[in-house]
Design a protein around this ligand. Structure first.
Ligand code: SF4
Length: 371
């Protein structure tokens, strides 16, 4: 039994909460995860949708949501917050958002556990209501004036928010003017998560990324100059055994040219239903072994000349050390470069000294063994 006694006075709040819902997409970066970020959908799905490794929005049409609809969603978030705070006051805990309050609301309205809007807002409030993530895959594809209107409304309506982040394609950033990007940043967008994947032009063409390295560098640099924090995701083993070296070398040189705030490792995990999965399943591409992946990492990281933070904040970075613990820290702030570069290279050497069978490594689903 929780610490707050269930109160019939909460039925009004529960009834109103049942009628309040806003649109949310499925994906956000792990660093916006847990319960930390409010998820708001400003576009739906991916305007590109052609990367050969990606299944995220496959089969779903892209749409930009009208500003009025997004503002109405922000109003619903406010309304949900108000009902939760009233419930807290009724229970005599003065606006405090605690687990007990959540348990009491669910005791009065058990169906609320299925209400994603309520659960998201409750957890977000309980975490301090400080950050918001705009979905889906490329929010900057909205007309700049519309995105600015959404950001201004979000900041005015939910003043507890101190950080707003989103996904963006480098190509879209490269197409925006420096002035537009600055205006969007000043309207309240703080951080961009960009899928770089590789800095190798041949590989970019092979995976259908729809961007060149020149555009990646231009987009990333313009975003930084406009004031954004930039987080670039690269995909170890995207070149497989055949192209690992060019992938590593050219990725290091593009990331060095951008010098983003964050570089995040997302080793390739082939997804069923994608063209890349089929290529691997049919033997046209060979994935690297765990040690080969570490050698690729050493080759890439050894060439990085950046002041970024290098992060391994995903379970796919599953290499282990001599004691069987994780080889790399998986926190969202990662290793500070250049100071911690020697430490990361030392960790890689330790990983190479561990028997290869110990590493938690990608296995192809459906019984296909890539190694
Ligand atoms: S741009 Fe991003 S979301 Fe869109 S298909 Fe490529 S990887 Fe997937």
């Amino acid at each position: 039994m929780n610490g707050i006694t269930a109160d019939k006075g909460l039925h009004d709040q529960v009834e109103r909460l049942r009628g309040l819902a806003f649109k949310m997409g499925e994906y956000r970066p792990p660093s916006e995860g847990g319960s930390a970020s409010l998820l708001l959908r400003v576009t739906e799905n991916c305007p590109w949708n052609r990367c050969s490794f990606c299944e995220m929005y496959r089969g779903h049409r892209f749409a930009v949501r009208p500003v009025a609809e997004i503002k109405a969603d922000i109003d619903r978030v406010t309304a949900i917050c108000e009902e939760i705070i009233v419930a807290s006051s009724k229970l005599g805990v003065g606006g405090q958002i605690s687990r007990d309050l959540g348990a009491t609301l669910l005791a009065v309205g058990p169906d609320l556990v299925e209400n994603a809007s309520f659960i998201t807002v409750f957890n977000w409030l309980a975490s301090g209501g400080r950050s918001a993530f705009l979905q889906d895959a490329d929010s900057l594809t909205m007309r700049s004036a519309d995105l600015v209107a959404v950001l201004q409304y979000l900041r005015e309506t939910l003043p507890s928010v101190i950080r707003v982040t989103t996904y963006a394609r480098a190509k879209t950033l490269a197409r925006k003017s420096a002035e537009e990007l600055r205006t969007i940043h000043q309207a309240g967008l703080d951080r961009l998560h960009i899928g770089l994947e590789t800095g190798d032009d041949e590989l970019l063409a092979l995976i259908g990324k729809g961007v060149t390295t020149a555009e990646q560098i231009d987009g990333g640099r313009k975003a930084i100059a406009a004031g954004f924090q930039v987080s670039e995701y690269w995909m170890p083993d995207l070149g497989g055994r055949k192209r690992w070296r060019q992938h590593a070398e050219n990725t290091a040189s593009v990331l060095t040219a951008i010098n983003p705030h964050y570089i995040r490792s997302r080793p390739l995990a082939p997804r069923p239903g994608t063209p890349l999965f089929e290529e691997i399943a049919q033997g046209r591409m060979q994935l690297s072994s765990p040690h080969e992946r570490l050698e690729e990492l050493a080759w890439m990281i050894g060439r990085l000349e950046v002041t970024s933070r290098l992060c391994f904040d995903h379970a796919m970075n599953g290499w282990v050390d001599r004691r069987g613990g994780l080889l790399f820290r998986q926190d969202y702030e990662g290793y500070r470069f250049p100071d911690e570069k020697p430490l990361v290279l030392e960790r890689i050497r330790e990983g190479l000294a561990v028997d290869e069978s110990m590493h938690r490594h990608v296995r192809m689903p459906g019984g296909v063994r890539p190694l």
